[in-house]
Design a protein around this ligand. Structure first.
Ligand code: BGC
Length: 452
């Protein structure tokens, strides 16, 4: 009966305690648009989306939600929704058009305006330094496969800390390293579209070193800051109770849930289960072990679903494959992900079990459903139910003593969903991408009421 939550408990924010951070998360590339305004350089996503067949329906992030020009309107929405914390990311190539070298003052001014507007509205800014939009100029030099990126990234983190750290107290160094290295450097389905272990393994190691270097730069410049990093995670279950499926599930767990958090906690890379991962040793230099760990103030976990994993002889390196949710006769979101609220409970328990983790914040959770505007309204009961049932699981974990201290919905407005373009709508607020008109969805009104 472990997965059952008490349906009679009516959710209130008080149940989570006064020190629980409620928020909403976004990312620069997905909302800002203005991809070459005021001196911004191109990012790998600007380049990738110009190539045919990479993004569904040929969509691109050139305009997105036009947050660059409409940030006051959107931060007003955060306030209207009673959401006290707003998470957004910094576009590296807006600050450093070439990734290194000269700083673009217009980029600094823009983020200062966003931060200052949040503060005047009583909304606390939470910054993610890197949410996947690498400057194209750095990708041209090898991107995350080039070890020099550790220096390039810590320089960027330093610039962010120096310019924004006087007002921004909450920071996340990078968003979901497993996703941008896995999809962008192994599978080639996200920018920059690289494939194979020879790209993936060096990228993994340089990302780990960069997360730590970035966190140290922040700590040095802003000693009092609350510093975290966010990690994607999915609850994994074997297809059947058979040793070969159980072992396959363990290997998938390494790649999906353990590969980045464990070295950062000082546990080293989890290479025992997947021998191909041992190839990472080639990129590790003497002295690296000390530069792979950081004592984060909090760990952000981002969970959307669970995965069922089965043994697969034909899948190279891991001998495991995901059993698609579409084939499992379960409720699906518009991403074709299973709706499975206990997944977030299991992930909270899993991360809570690492004694090195001091505090967990759910920095993303949410769902895409096919919303429709009817008479100027968007009724999205499935999203409201998704959020409620996931929050019940968070509460259950918390009541069992799990150190979870925050929950951020993904996301504020419908936006550019990476390789899926504008089709999946995750927002609490509907966006008409022709007119940029915003409509608060019923789920947004529900969340506002919860936080009111
Ligand atoms: C990412 C977001 C993304 C969301 C939904 C997370 O993996 O951080 O950028 O839009 O999930 O796919």
């Amino acid at each position: 009966m472990m997965d059952v939550v008490n349906p009679d408990i009516v959710l209130t924010k008080q149940l989570f305690g006064d020190d629980f951070a409620w928020g909403v998360s976004t990312a620069a590339l997905q909302i800002e648009g203005s991809c070459d305004a005021d001196g911004k350089g191109p990012s790998i996503w600007d380049t990738f989306t110009r190539k045919r067949g990479r993004v569904l329906n040929g969509h691109n992030p050139t305009i997105a939600c036009d947050f660059y020009n409409r940030y006051t309107e959107d931060i007003d929405l955060v306030k209207t929704l009673n959401i006290p914390n707003f998470r957004f990311s910094i576009s590296w190539s807006r600050i450093l058009p070439n990734g290194t070298g000269e700083v673009n003052q217009a980029g600094i001014d823009y983020y200062n305006n966003v931060i200052n507007y949040c503060l005047t509205q009583g909304v606390e800014p939470w910054i993610t330094i890197y949410h996947w939009d690498l400057p194209q100029a750095l990708e041209d030099k090898g991107g995350w496969t080039n070890r020099d990126i550790v220096g390039w990234f810590s320089n960027f983190a330093e610039i962010c800390a120096k310019n924004f750290g006087d007002r921004v107290k909450n920071w996340m160094v990078m968003n979901e390293p497993a996703v941008f290295t896995g999809a962008g450097y192994f599978l080639g389905i996200h920018a920059p579209g690289r494939r194979g272990l020879r790209n993936f393994l060096p990228a993994v190691h340089h990302v780990v070193l960069s997360i730590v270097a970035g966190a140290r730069a922040l700590r040095k410049i802003c000693p009092g800051a609350h510093i975290g990093n966010t990690f994607s995670c999915s609850h994994i279950e074997p297809y059947a109770d058979k040793p070969r499926h159980i072992d396959a599930a363990k290997r998938a767990d390494v790649l999906i849930n353990r590969l980045f958090i464990e070295p950062i906690l000082g546990l080293g890379y989890p290479t025992e289960e997947i021998s191909a991962l041992k190839g990472i040793d080639k990129y590790i230099q003497p002295g690296d072990a000390a530069d792979m760990r950081f004592d984060f103030d909090f760990i952000g976990i981002q969970n959307y679903t669970r995965e069922i994993v089965k043994y697969s002889f034909f899948t190279p390196y891991i001998g495991a494959s995901l059993v698609k949710a579409e084939k499992r006769n379960v409720e699906l979101t518009d991403m074709k992900w299973e709706v499975h609220p206990p997944a977030i409970y299991h992930m909270l328990k899993k991360f809570d079990a690492y004694p090195q983790i001091k505090k967990i914040i759910v920095t993303e959770n949410g769902a895409a459903f096919p919303d429709a505007v009817v008479d100027g309204r968007v009724d999205d009961p499935k999203r409201t139910k998704y959020l409620q049932t996931h929050l019940q699981q968070v509460l259950k974990a918390k009541q069992e003593g799990c150190k979870v201290y925050g929950y951020f919905v993904w996301t504020l407005t419908d936006n550019f969903e990476w390789a899926e373009g504008y089709h999946p709508r995750f927002g609490l607020v509907h966006v008409d991408f022709e007119t940029q008109r915003r409509i608060i969805k019923a789920s947004g009104r529900w969340f506002a009421q919860l936080l009111g």
